[in-house]
Design a protein around this ligand. Structure first.
Ligand code: AMP
Length: 280
């Protein structure tokens, strides 16, 4: 695997691949890689001739009070994991490439990005849409792979790609979990051993809500009980649990519809904000 930081180096390599008729897959990440990220790299390796992974902790998707400075960074371990997964190229862009002096352009997906996560992290999807647009322009992949663990992010990126006619196919990958159901996340490293024991309750609770809804309990009733039970098990604050249309992310009514729906949540365990979602 090659590692490059300069945009000209990235472009030269990708241009040569394309001249050779190779398809290019792309996995954007913020690093501190785990098997969830690696599963996306493996998907790309299966579906494309060449795979590029980027690691960039994007400042514009963090609010001033969030964990930008403390976000885990472990480039050597990340390189080893990517190498073992047959990634072809690691792109570690320079900050001034991503946000050149005087930069001011932003990409926004205002409606979809204001729902769910957007209620609590209003800056977040503007930052994500902007950095993913930049990365797509830099890498120019044929396909880009995103984890369903960040379900709303997949929908926002798909909307953006459609709206802006970006020549890239968005491929979602399933959420990788620990054996006890906790979704793998770079932020799990923040959990104390005690919190790590409590954390799987988030996924278990989503499954309980889904079962109750399938058995005829209204979303409102099932979700209210779930929030109480999570708070009793040690979660400080459940920001939301919502049953939503899997595409528009609008809340579903009292009956379970026959189109794909999703149960989505975000909750705080100590100083760590965990998110999760399952199909309904
Ligand atoms: P991040 O580094 O958190 O920005 O994540 C980079 C990519 O990895 C995103 O597309 C995430 O959705 C995806 N990802 C993160 N955690 C998981 C997981 N547990 N399973 C599958 N994909 C994941």
């Amino acid at each position: 695997m090659q590692t490059v930081s300069a945009l000209e180096d990235l472009r030269k390599i990708v241009r040569n691949w394309k001249l050779d008729g190779k398809s290019v897959g792309f996995v954007p990440t913020m690093g501190a890689l785990h098997q969830g990220h690696i599963s996306l790299v493996q998907l790309s390796v299966t579906e494309c001739d060449k795979t590029v992974c980027s690691i960039y902790v994007n400042p514009t998707q963090f609010a001033p009070h969030e964990d930008l400075d403390s976000y885990p960074r472990q480039i050597i371990e990340d390189q080893n994991l990517l190498e073992a997964a047959d990634c072809d190229l690691l792109f570690l862009p320079e900050p001034e490439t991503m946000y050149p002096p005087g930069e001011e352009t932003r990409v926004d997906v205002p409606e979809l990005g204001a729902k769910l996560e957007g209620q609590f992290r209003p800056h977040f999807f503007g930052g994500v849409a902007t950095v993913v647009t930049k990365l797509f322009n830099q890498v120019q992949p044929d396909k880009a792979f995103f984890g369903e663990k960040d379900f709303q992010q997949v929908q926002v990126i798909k909307r953006m790609v459609t709206d802006l006619s970006m020549p890239v196919e968005i491929v979602p990958g399933p959420t990788l979990r620990a054996d006890d159901g906790l979704a793998l996340s770079s932020r799990n490293a923040y959990l104390t051993p005690e919190q790590r024991q409590i954390a799987p309750a988030l996924n278990a609770t989503l499954h309980r809500v889904a079962i109750r809804m399938r058995n005829g309990t209204s979303p409102e009733q099932a979700i209210t009980a779930a929030i109480t039970s999570l708070e009793l098990s040690g979660f400080e604050k459940v920001e939301y649990i919502e049953a939503v249309d899997g595409q528009t992310l609008d809340p579903i009514g009292s009956d379970l519809p026959d189109y794909p729906c999703r149960l989505i949540t975000a909750a705080w365990l100590g100083k760590t904000r965990l998110i999760d979602n399952i199909a309904l």
